[in-house]
Design a protein around this ligand. Structure first.
Ligand code: ATP
Ligand code: LTN
Length: 341
């Protein structure tokens, strides 16, 4: 048999991404991140994590933190993260992350970390707790990514700078010791939605916004979703069309387009001559209908703690095996004595 005729299956590219369990997961997180992760699972080797070590850079109430993390895990599974295809683990369960983060801290410059805009922002908003973890946050994120030799990392605009730093750290390390880490590229999804606040549509929808009417949570009750959309800030033109300066309507049209698969022209035609009240109700209904199956799956999953435990444990064990290889390789190159146990 001519073995050359058998096509060798191309290695699937590795994708790594993570999300912090820092509170309620919003429609912004869902459309901007999670929904894309779900879609990537067939074409890539996907490794996802709940970045709980990152979350303690801001002080957390222990009971609430534990609850948020478990809920976020169940919710991402309900959104479609599938353990038959991907790994999905809890960062603090895989010790290689903290270990490599320390190592990478020694290959990251103070000046580089000082230039991170997230650090500058968060040290202003949390001025009473500017801890060293907040400062070295990007080295831990670099460890997350580099441990899995990730080719691609889907991140939002706010995390691009951290990814750029990850690339610099990897290149620097490879430059000194020879090829050790894959240098990752950002992954920009073809259809990404940037969801804006329903109250201040020039700002992004953010779960830490104190005004609860500014965001819709994936687990919000239908009546709350309807109320929040009905109160959404728009403009006085009373015409559903996509145009500069119509930030509120543009945002609602963006959401409706993702939910229904309709183009902006189709939406404009559908609501031609109709008021904003009708349009807002239609957007709300489309979101409610889209989230209903997610909410139903979540309600089942969150009741089954034993199943969730099995899922995150098996994923963490697999992640530990993969990441240990990279950590060992890096430590050997640096010159650490190999552990004999
Ligand atoms: P915080 O309010 O604590 O900053 P957040 O809601 O902005 O949180 P992050 O935890 O920073 O969310 O982000 C998680 C993921 O969700 C990232 O990939 C981010 O790009 C994406 N994301 C967050 N908000 C939006 C949004 N409004 N539109 C699109 N994507 C978003
Ligand atoms: N910092 C990110 C979450 C995060 C992450 C990562 C994203 C932690 N580690 C590695 C991509 C790759 C955030 O707050 N959105």
């Amino acid at each position: 048999m001519d073995t050359n005729a058998i096509p060798t299956p191309e290695r699937k590219k590795v994708i790594f991404s993570a999300i912090q369990p820092s509170g309620t997961i919003t429609l912004g997180n869902y459309l901007g991140a999670i929904k894309n992760w779900v879609a990537l699972q067939d074409d890539y080797r996907c490794i996802f994590a709940l970045a709980d070590l990152h979350t303690i850079t801001v002080r957390q109430d222990p009971a609430k933190f534990r609850q948020n993390a478990l809920q976020a895990y169940a919710l991402l599974m309900a959104c479609g993260i599938d353990l038959e295809k991907s790994l999905f683990f809890i960062q603090s369960h895989v010790p290689t992350h903290a270990e490599l983060a320390w190592v990478l801290n020694c290959y990251t410059q103070f000046g580089e970390l000082s230039r991170m805009t997230q650090f500058k922002d968060k040290s202003t908003t949390h001025a009473d707790n500017v801890n060293a973890g907040l400062f070295t946050y990007p080295s831990l994120m670099a460890a997350d990514i580099l441990l899995y030799q990730a080719d691609l990392v889907p991140v939002g605009a706010d995390q691009k700078q951290h990814l750029e730093l990850t690339r610099n750290i990897a290149e620097r390390f490879n430059g000194v010791y020879g090829n050790t880490f894959t240098v990752p590229d950002p992954y920009i999804p073809k259809t990404g939605a940037r969801v804006m606040s329903l109250q201040e549509p020039t700002r992004k929808m953010s779960k830490s916004d104190e005004n609860v009417n500014a965001w819709v949570a994936v687990l919000d009750k239908p009546e709350d979703i309807l109320r929040k959309f009905k109160r959404a800030v728009t403009d006085s033109e009373a015409c559903v069309r996509y145009a500069e300066g119509k930030d509120g309507i543009n945002n609602l049209m963006g959401i409706y387009a993702v939910m229904t698969g309709k183009s902006y022209e189709e939406i404009e035609r559908e609501f031609d001559g109709r008021g904003y009240g009708d349009f807002k109700a239609a957007v709300a209904e489309s979101v409610i209908a889209h989230l209903r199956p997610v909410q139903e799956r979540y309600a089942q999953l969150i009741k089954d703690k034993a199943y969730l435990e099995k899922c995150y444990t098996e994923s963490a064990q697999a992640a530990q095996r993969i990441s240990q290889r990279t950590l060992d390789k890096a430590m050997k190159k640096i010159g650490f004595i190999k552990k004999a146990f």
